[in-house]
Design a protein around this ligand. Sequence first.
Ligand code: HEC
Length: 130
Amino acid sequence: MIRMRTLALAFAGLALGASGAAAADGRQLFLDNCSACHQVTGKGIPGAFPALAGSKVALGPAPAAASIVLNGKGGMPAFRDDLSDADIAAVLSYVRTAWGNKAPPLTAALVNPVRRTGKRENPKAALTAH
Ligand code: HEC
């Protein structure tokens, strides 16, 4: 996780330097945090990382979608220490409308109760994911 965070920061720094844009948007958050596994196409890698294009979890009710990003699952790292409620809302809103996906966006207000009631599913996932 440390390595991934450093990379994400480096990319954010590059993006900032190049564009001068301040706040990371959902697409940028996806590229920085998710695309290594789920791919920029959202198609994932069959047998390893599920597609988010057409994913029932990604497109389904807010609590389940927010929970997997906050708490991780199996080989999916937990992002609760790395991404704010607003970041998670932004990245999931991107996922829910990219690649032909059509689901309503999420807000930080929907993510927050999931953060407060859930907990990290697999503490080691972040360390063993890569
Ligand atoms: C290290 C690889 C990795 C990264 C990085 C990663 N994921 Fe995942 N993701 C997985 C794996 C593996 C699963 C399957 C987990 C399971 O069901 O056991 C998964 C599952 C999911 C699912 C559920 C898909 C389904 O249909 O079951 C969603 C939604 C999701 N990830 C979103 C994200 C988002 C958003 C990010 C970035 C914030 C992200 N993931 C980053 C590996 C990753």
